[in-house]
Design a binder for this molecule. Structure first.
Ligand code: IPM
Ligand code: MN
Length: 382
């Protein structure tokens, strides 16, 4: 197989700290299993790069990254020390822009955020059924509320009007909903292989072993709601084996807390998916363990990007105490994704997932620093 190449972009805050542990795991896996894997580290996008060059990444950044099979990103954003007025501060809209540019530039239209409460992870909900939380939130990642269209009229006056357009196309709606149904089938097949099963009911009362729940706000936002509803019904007709479910986003928030174990695959728009996945992350152990990936499933020429759901956490940066678990799960998912071309990478991804999950299960709730967790996982791999 040809050598698989990864662009490593550690970013800001705790990004470099958790990425360092991911790289150590990749080294162990590469050496032990003779993987045809190499990586290049980039100092951008980052706040530091911006301070030196006046931009978060070089003008040809996307061209440089396009030569890689995947991008492993730590985290972006750095508000600087709160009480230091001399420090050059970068607004979020600037320091986080590269993230959105990469998603857009590489057409990473799927954002996959699994939320599964694994043994050893912190259980925030008191109800012990929380142990069964196992959902995959699929966030539409290419349009919707994130198209950045609109503007400010009569800016700075008391008559100012700001508009922020949400845009939903049939094409992007159809592909994300279909992706959701495909994932539901794959998850059910995986459960069968593991001798597990889950039961969901369709509206007409039939039992299914998987489910897709689509999120809208169609009682108030009609045009988008109708489009999502119609496309959902159309696509669902191709998957009679998958139960369907529709939730309004406000009710979904309530049910995520009340009975999150009742969800399987959840498909949501860009912003609503963003919000729901922070909630889902907490339900499944917190930001320290929540993986995420930005995928382009149909063009192998364009790299997908792997970054945990968490941000750069400036409040704990530099102390070596950030939990690298989310980053390591994200790296495992990256290897599985790359394993579509090279089976051995997929196996390495499964090994890494298992090592991190075993480490989590064995920690008995004690607080460990970044390096200690990285060491423990490397030891399991080696
Ligand atoms: C995320 C983040 C980003 C988003 C921000 C940093 C722009 O919250 O990846 O969930 O809103 O997509
Ligand atoms: Mn977010």
């Amino acid at each position: 197989a040809k050598t698989t190449r990864i662009a490593i972009t550690p970013g800001d805050g705790i990004g470099p700290e958790v990425v360092a542990e991911a790289v150590r795991c990749l080294e162990v896996l590469r050496d032990k299993h003779q993987l045809e894997l190499e990586w290049v580290r980039f100092p951008w996008p980052s706040h530091a790069w911006h301070e030196e060059h006046g931009e978060s990444m070089p003008a040809d950044a996307l061209q440089q990254l396009q030569a890689f099979d995947a991008i492993l990103l730590g985290a972006l954003g750095d508000p600087g020390p709160v009480n230091d007025p001399d420090r050059y501060l970068l607004p979020d809209s600037v320091s986080l822009a590269p993230l959105l540019q990469m998603r857009k530039g590489f057409d990473q239209w799927v954002c996959e955020r699994p939320a599964r409460l694994l043994p050893g992870a912190r259980q925030y909900l008191a109800d012990d059924r929380a142990r069964d939380i196992d959902m995959l939130v699929i966030r539409e990642n290419s349009e919707g509320e994130y198209v950045s269209q609109g503007g400010r009229l009569r800016q700075g006056t008391r008559d100012e009007i700001a508009t922020q357009i949400e845009l939903f196309t049939y094409r992007a709606t159809e592909r994300i909903i279909r992706y959701g149904f495909q994932q539901a089938r794959l998850r059910a097949a995986q459960r069968r292989a593991d001798n597990q099963s889950r039961q969901f009911r369709t509206q007409d009362g039939r039992q299914c072993d998987s489910q897709v729940c689509v999120i809208t706000k169609r009682n108030a936002l009609r045009y988008w709601g109708d489009l999502y509803t119609e496309v959902f019904e159309q696509v669902a007709a191709d998957y009679p084996d998958v139960a369907t479910h529709h939730e309004l986003v406000d009710a979904a928030c309530m049910k995520f807390v009340q009975c999150p174990w009742a969800f399987d695959v959840v498909v949501a728009s860009n912003l609503q998916g963003d919000i729901l996945t922070d909630l889902a992350a907490v339900l499944s152990g917190g930001m320290g363990v929540a993986p995420s990936c930005n995928l382009n499933p149909d063009n192998p020429e364009l790299p997908s990007m792997f970054e945990p759901t968490h941000g750069s956490a400036p409040d704990i940066a530099g102390q070596g105490i950030a939990d690298p678990t989310a980053m390591l799960f994200t790296t495992a998912r990256m290897l599985e994704w790359l394993g579509r071309q090279d089976r051995r990478l997929a196996e390495a991804g499964e090994r890494l997932f298992q090592a991190v999950a075993d480490d989590l299960a064995s920690q008995h709730g004690q607080a460990r620093d970044t390096r200690t967790i990285g060491d423990a996982v490397c030891q399991r791999l080696g």
